[in-house]
Design a binder for this molecule. Structure first.
Ligand code: NAD
Length: 309
């Protein structure tokens, strides 16, 4: 496993990281036992960074992850969780300083740890950006000063929100999803600025939240139907050639020198084994070009949060 520096933090994250949202049953109902085994397999295979949120499975993912981590020495993993998002409606977001502090305490209790390494504000485009800048990020900075979290960041989908955030604040890292994968590489437009400022880049959802897997997208997937259809065609194309599209999707997403780490979610230990193995080699560039071609000229992005962002 390769390890990369996370911006200026001094942390070294495995190139491939573990996203714990599937532990909350986000993609399918899972067995808790398999979920726990998946976490242990990931750590055994050299993955040292795990991401979660109180939103995943509405606290279930954090609870299951806590059970998995209970038997693991704390210095064996770098843990991130988030605050501010507690559901899918606008009313389920709360970026007030009071809620962020309470949220962190609740997360620590569910995760059964004394502290997290990184605390993010979760999907800030759903909040009032003025409040995020005036109250929420300053709250994260206070938590960092107080030693309650080591590093801070924001997550979200629209690229613009990150540009605006790093213009105003010296944050440690960002977590973006579905913006550097076979269907869309818009993250590239932001990378030079992130590199100049030394902001760590966590890239999530290399399979575009299931689109680039043989199981396909979950029913709640926000993409346009044309993008889902293009994804299904790409999956079928690979299947005909005896190739697992997830392998190509993963190898494409992790192969960017500025991306610190790519988060992949699964609750299946066998998938983690495959992912770690796949991360050790590169995909055929011609195949990548062909698969990317399936998404040419189709709406490959979707609205998220307040449209003006
Ligand atoms: P993903 O692209 O990692 O896809 C997950 C899906 O891929 C699951 O259905 C899983 O079963 C499947 N999969 C994984 N490995 C596979 C394999 N080898 N073969 C077949 N299928 C495989 O999407 P994700 O889980 O949404 O993203 C990863 C993580 O990133 C999340 O768990 C979360 O931690 C983080 N994330 C954060 C945000 C945010 O902060 N806003 C958004 C999205 C994701």
């Amino acid at each position: 496993m390769e390890y990369n520096a996370l911006g200026k933090t001094g942390l070294k994250l495995s190139k491939l990281s573990y996203g714990a949202s599937p532990l909350g049953g986000v993609f399918r109902n899972i067995s808790e036992q398999d979920g726990i085994k998946t976490v242990h397999t990931a750590l055994d295979l050299g993955i040292n960074h795990i991401d979660v949120s109180p939103y995943y499975g509405l606290t279930v993912a954090e609870t299951v992850l806590g059970k998995a981590l209970k038997t693991v020495p704390r210095d064996k993993y770098i843990l991130s969780t988030k605050a501010g998002r507690y559901g899918s409606d606008f009313a389920d977001f709360d970026f007030s300083a009071k809620r962020i502090r309470k949220s962190l305490d609740e997360s620590l209790s569910r995760l059964q740890v004394d502290g997290v390494d990184i605390l993010y504000l979760h999907d800030i485009e759903f909040g009032n950006l003025q409040q995020v800048f005036d109250e929420s990020i300053p709250c994260l900075m206070d938590l960092k000063k107080e030693g309650k979290v080591r590093y801070i960041g924001v997550t979200g989908y629209p690229i613009k929100i990150f540009a605006e955030t790093i213009k105003q604040f010296d944050i440690d890292c960002i977590l973006t999803y579905c913006r550097y994968a076979l269907h869309d590489t818009a993250l590239e437009t932001l990378i030079p600025e992130l590199d100049i400022k030394g902001v760590g880049i966590i890239n999530a959802s290399p399979t575009a939240m299931g689109v680039l897997t043989s199981r396909g997208a979950p029913e709640w997937h926000p993409a346009h139907k044309d993008m889902l259809a293009a994804g299904a065609k790409a999956v079928e194309y690979c299947k005909q050639k005896g190739i697992d599209i997830t392998q190509v999707a993963l190898q494409f997403a992790i192969d960017h020198p500025s991306i610190t780490s790519t988060l992949v979610g699964t609750a299946n230990p066998a998938n983690i084994e495959k992912n770690v193995k796949w991360a050790q080699s590169k995909a055929d560039p011609e195949l990548i070009a062909t698969l990317r071609g399936f998404f040419d000229g189709i709406p490959n992005t979707w609205p998220s949060g307040h449209a003006k962002y």
